[in-house]
Design a protein around this ligand. Structure first.
Ligand code: UDP
Length: 315
């Protein structure tokens, strides 16, 4: 469905890694984008190149009442610290973005009769006892562990979103985002891929937490954005996993990055953080069926673009 002339989208967290790519893709498809971001973990630089286009950034914390002038057709709630290091540093803000922020963003969507899209996460599955993870799996989360602030906020956000759908008849979508990487990730956000690339390019030790046999499945940002936009236009309030099922161990990822950068860095092992999931891989049957979506970008291609971006930013 191509957007009408007045299709205005509000994106909270628009200055973040995913938020900024999503803003750009929606502008490319003819939408007007109003970004809301308190710049806690987002960065104005991520959206500087959009300021010449139909894009407006409001600096605000979504945990406070959100007021937007004029019609709004869609509200995409992306605001939250999202890397383990960030939600450890900002545990209360993480809970507030997922709980109060989701409530405020839902309230905005309801007042404007807009479609609401929630950025949820594979973290709702916790350290999963079912593998791979289909949307029907309820998860295995430690509510009082260090990751609990993010996992439980997002689980609450899914419950709140579904309540607005059932009780108020709001049009809602829930995307469960699995590990994603690409240009514009913060170099110091603490995640595996940016850490390893920075370490490899600077000849520092590659820090593997634990034995590195834990697995993840990494999706390139353009594939993720395509999946989100397809879901936004689909007609389902059920959660949908969007991620790349290409699962590998963290040691394998580190090796791929060392090879791709031609680095001479060596690997060192550091303690595994508490509750670090041992495995993670999306079952994307639902996305394939409902959205006709699956990832297209290989790890090789995605890593090349990400390494080039990091190299440029390191100068
Ligand atoms: N990890 C690592 N070294 C690092 C950063 C992360 O070994 O420098 C591990 C981390 O313990 C986890 C995996 O890589 O098992 C993915 O971590 P990330 O922070 O990227 O995201 P997560 O999937 O845990 O949310």
């Amino acid at each position: 469905m191509p957007p009408g002339p007045s299709d205005r989208v509000v994106i909270t967290g628009a200055a973040g890694f995913i938020g900024s790519h999503l803003s750009e893709a929606l502008l490319d498809r003819g939408h007007t984008v109003i970004g809301i971001d308190n710049l806690l973990t987002g960065d104005r630089k991520n959206v500087e190149h959009l300021q010449q286009r139909d894009f407006h950034l409001i600096q605000q914390d979504v945990a406070r009442y959100i007021d937007v002038d004029g019609p709004v057709d869609r509200v995409l709630h992306w605001a939250s610290p999202a890397s383990p290091a960030d939600y450890l540093a900002y545990p209360i803000q993480t809970l507030k973005a997922g709980a109060l922020g989701t409530h405020n963003a839902l309230g905005l969507a309801r007042a404007k009769r807009a479609t609401f899209v929630l950025a949820s996460t594979s973290e709702v599955y916790g350290d999963p006892a079912e593998h791979p993870q289909p949307e029907t799996y309820w998860g295995h989360v430690n509510p009082i562990g260090p990751r609990g602030v993010y996992d439980e906020a997002k689980r609450f956000a899914e419950a709140m979103t579904t309540a607005y759908h059932r009780h108020h008849g709001l049009q809602t979508r829930i995307v469960r985002i699995f590990n994603t990487y690409g240009p514009r990730m913060r170099l110091d956000d603490g995640r595996a891929i940016p850490n390893f690339i920075v370490q490899a390019l600077q000849g520092e030790d590659i820090t593997i937490y634990g034995d590195g046999e834990q697995t993840r499945s990494f999706c390139y940002i353009s594939d993720l954005v395509e999946g989100i936009i397809r879901l936004m236009h689909a007609d389902t309030a059920e959660p949908v996993n969007i991620g790349n099922p290409n699962e590998m161990s963290i040691v394998q990822v580190a090796r791929r990055i060392v090879d791709a950068t031609g680095s001479r860095s060596r690997v060192v092992h550091e303690p595994l953080p508490a509750d670090d999931p041992k495995v993670r891989r999306p079952d994307i049957t639902r996305a394939r069926k409902l959205l006709g979506w699956e990832p297209r970008v290989s790890l090789e291609t995605g890593l090349r673009a990400t390494i080039d971006d990091v190299r440029r930013r390191l100068g």
